[in-house]
Write a protein that binds this ligand. Structure first.
Ligand SMILES: C[S@@+](CC[C@H](N)C(=O)[O-])C[C@H]1O[C@@H](n2cnc3c(N)ncnc32)[C@H](O)[C@@H]1O
Length: 391
């Protein structure tokens, strides 16, 4: 894990590095966000989570009983993420026994009968889904809407851990089928609590009915569904399941700053399918980053905090994307961050500098005279708040 990943996580969870000077026109910008550092459970969204480095660290550092939702569009990478969480977190995040008390002989004893209950310290859920539309009612047929694919829930994994007698073992076919069933059950029970995301029997029946309608009628239904969908999308934020206290958008990028990793995997640059960046695919990438930051901000609750980060050094993928959001959303503002506030001089951390938007941070890799990497990796981060109300 690079120090920059730690910086992004610390920035998201704590106000340790918030510098005092507000850089937005709104007065008392910092007062418009919730006070950080309290132990109240948080709902945290990691919109581009795989392979899960930051998600694991968030799981370690977030208050007990928090919920972490990880989303990634790549099935292969989300499955890596699931494996990493399973490998490092299930047991680590569970309390295998209730608090113990010490008797007169100095021996520890279980305090109650529930001592064998294993509970995850935080809930971690992973979805294989497009972060740009996550939480909207994605219409897949003319009448039905479906939820994104829930691929992991550590509560289900813990149940499996218990049923295996507390032994971690490689999942066989039936264990995988059991987990899949459990995830479907979890998703169904959630859907029945929610209102409009369920694929019900009625929906199925109306779908059959739909097939028998004339083309004109079908078109009319599609138009009204589309309208309804847009209205619902506008209304996002009212569903508590998609309302987060903290959001991190560690966006897909050209990875030009990730020199340490790129040095190890030069063939991965910039992607296997597309070996070089050109104007067209760069524009597409920037468009994706804008849609991701926009979606992250949509899913952030009022008073919440978001971090946008990339491991690119290009201002087009960093400051310009953040600026775009600030201009689009009047209720978005920069919470200025500085990792130098506890240092006497900037010489202490020579590879860190302020981005061209005041209060944003750039980590520059330190190169020697032969342009070889000596220290660090390139990284950009911006901390963005969402005002409690729009004036
Ligand atoms: C820089 S990596 C994230 C690294 C991750 N945050 C970590 O700390 O391990 C960017 C991720 O964005 C994912 N991604 C790309 N487009 C996406 C989209 N539309 N929705 C969700 N994830 C997306 C990629 O699959 C990739 O895993």
């Amino acid at each position: 894990m690079d120090v920059t990943s730690g910086a992004a996580v610390a920035t998201l969870l704590f106000d340790l590095f918030d510098s005092e000077k507000p850089t937005v026109s709104s007065e008392n910008a910092n007062e418009k966000t919730e006070q950080h550092g309290s132990c109240a459970p948080l709902r945290i969204l990691d919109l581009c989570c795989a392979p899960g480095i930051k998600l694991c660290m968030l799981a370690d550092l977030s208050p007990p009983s928090s919920t972490l939702v990880g989303v990634d569009i790549s099935p292969h990478r989300i499955s890596l993420c699931k494996n990493i969480i399973k490998k490092y977190h299930i047991e680590g995040n569970t309390s295998a026994s209730a608090p113990k008390s010490t008797n007169n002989d100095g021996a520890t004893t279980d305090t109650d009968e529930k001592s064998n209950v294993i509970q995850p310290r935080v809930t971690i859920r992973l979805y294989c889904a497009d972060g740009t539309t996550f939480g909207t009612n994605q219409t897949t047929t003319s009448t039905n809407t479906v939820k994104p694919d829930l691929v992991f829930d550590n509560n289900a994994a813990v149940e499996d851990f218990i049923s295996s007698g507390g032994k971690r073992k490689r999942m066989n076919k039936s264990a995988r089928a059991r987990e899949k069933r459990r995830l479907l059950e979890l998703q169904r029970s959630e859907a029945s609590v929610g209102t409009n995301n369920t694929e019900s029997v009625d929906d199925h029946t109306s779908n059959l009915h739909y097939e028998s309608l004339s083309a004109e009628k079908r078109e009319a239904i599609c138009r009204s569904n589309e309208k309804e969908k847009l209205n619902e999308e506008d209304d996002i934020g009212s569903d508590p399941e998609y309302d987060f206290d903290r959001v991190i958008v560690d966006a897909e990028c050209s990875t030009d700053g990730a020199m340490r990793h790129n040095g190890k995997r030069p063939s991965a640059l910039p992607s296997k399918a597309c070996p070089t960046w050109n104007d067209t695919n760069m524009d597409e990438l920037i468009d994706l980053q804008k849609r991701l930051i926009d979606s992250g901000f949509r899913l952030l609750k009022r008073g919440g905090v978001m971090v946008y980060s990339t491991c690119s050094l290009s201002s087009k993928q960093n400051e310009e994307v953040v600026q775009w959001l600030l201009e689009k959303c009047q209720d978005a503002f920069i919470i200025p961050v500085s990792f130098l506030i506890h240092k006497k001089s900037s010489d202490d951390l020579p590879f860190i500098e302020e981005g061209s938007i005041p209060g944003t941070v750039r980590f520059n890799p330190v190169l020697n005279s032969k342009s070889l990497l000596v220290q660090g990796s390139g990284f950009f981060l911006a901390k963005i708040g969402k005002m409690n109300s729009i004036h």
